[in-house]
Design a protein around this ligand. Structure first.
Ligand code: ASN
Ligand code: ZN
Length: 331
């Protein structure tokens, strides 16, 4: 099977190139030998009967949901960006750092409004949405789901209580970092999760990292009952830490999106930049966090990572610590 580069027309990210391969008997397959053999499959409305996407030419999708390949283009592109981001920025070769690709399944079930990672199949799965809710195949959702695989292969954060919130936040944080790193003009980086999907039907995103409580459910800061909150909302304080560390407190706009990030201690936070914040989080996840890490331990883990990367006497260290204080996680 020869290495090829296909041209895809996605729904969310315009025209993109995707890694494909030439099949022996002619035609092309959505299998990417340059990224661990990652393949994209069509579930065709089922929950398990999969068919590899193949095509007579190496041109895929047309940007509409009527074309079954379009969701595959978006999902394959998101998986490809996530692979490339971890390899280029963090030196990680795939989910287990062993060069082996996962795989992706699209068109799961009927009217399915979710996407998920499974350790069992070592794969990502995407629903088509329902009504006005669009397919869940955007870059940030893909980065979020694939990062669940990396969390599972590294810290192994248990999916409940405070560690579950940190597991969810890890997926949101890296998804945002991937979206910014990709720099796709049709889907620019932001501190929102799922803004392309319209999952609520009112144009608002699923989550906001600058002020997580804007979604009506997520917490902005740590409190003693945080471990009783659903993991998609107890992620709030860590998402908020990432925003504050990346951009600093107060009002600003990034790529045309307005943010305003108050701090729980009322003290300002000075930015360390999103590249530094993402490097710190990744090192903490892969070096210091364990399955039972809670918010206090996440603070310690990230500050150790900051000391390793930037020095304990650096302004980066001081500002990263101030961002934790701003979400009510102290020493
Ligand atoms: N899309 C959801 C998530 O990744 C699925 C779940 O609830 N685990 O968080
Ligand atoms: Zn998740």
């Amino acid at each position: 099977q020869g290495i090829e580069t296909g041209l895809g027309t996605s729904k969310y990210s315009g025209q993109v190139t995707i890694g494909t391969s030439a099949a022996d008997g002619g035609g092309y397959a959505m299998t990417d030998p340059t990224r661990g053999g990652h393949s994209t499959y069509d579930l065709n409305g089922t929950s398990s009967t999969r068919t590899l996407f193949t095509n007579p030419t190496d041109t895929w999708g047309d940007g509409t949901v009527a074309n079954r390949q379009t969701a595959a283009v978006d999902a394959a592109y998101g998986a490809q960006l996530t692979w490339d981001y971890y390899q280029n920025v963090h030196g990680r070769d795939g989910i287990k750092d062993d060069g082996v690709g996962a795989y992706t399944r699209v068109h799961y079930g009927k009217n399915y409004v979710n996407a998920f990672w499974s350790d069992t199949c070592f794969c990502m799965t995407y629903g088509d949405g329902a009504g006005n809710v669009k397919p869940l195949t955007s870059i940030d959702v893909g980065g979020h789901e694939m990062t669940h695989g990396i969390t599972s292969a590294t810290a192994g954060l248990i999916y409940g209580g405070e560690s579950g919130g940190l597991n969810e936040a890890t997926s949101d944080i890296m998804a945002s970092a991937i979206e910014f790193w990709a720099g796709n003009p049709e889907d620019q980086g932001d501190y929102l999760v799922g803004e392309k999907i319209d999952i609520r039907g009112d144009g608002t995103p699923l989550r906001y990292m600058d002020k997580p409580s804007k979604d009506g459910r997520s917490r902005d800061a740590w409190s003693a009952d945080l471990g009783t909150v659903d993991v998609h909302y107890s992620s709030g304080p860590a998402n908020h830490w990432f925003y504050l560390a990346s951009e600093g407190s107060g009002a600003k706009a990034v790529n045309g999106v307005a943010y305003d990030s108050p701090t729980s201690d009322g003290l300002p936070v000075t930015a360390i930049g999103r590249e530094a914040a993402a490097r710190i989080w990744y090192r903490a996840l892969t070096t210091y966090m364990t399955s039972s890490t809670d918010y206090a331990a996440a603070r310690t883990a990230t500050l150790r990572a900051t000391a390793d990367l930037y020095g304990q006497l650096s302004t980066t260290y001081m500002n990263a610590a101030n961002a934790w204080a701003a979400v009510n996680v102290g020493p």
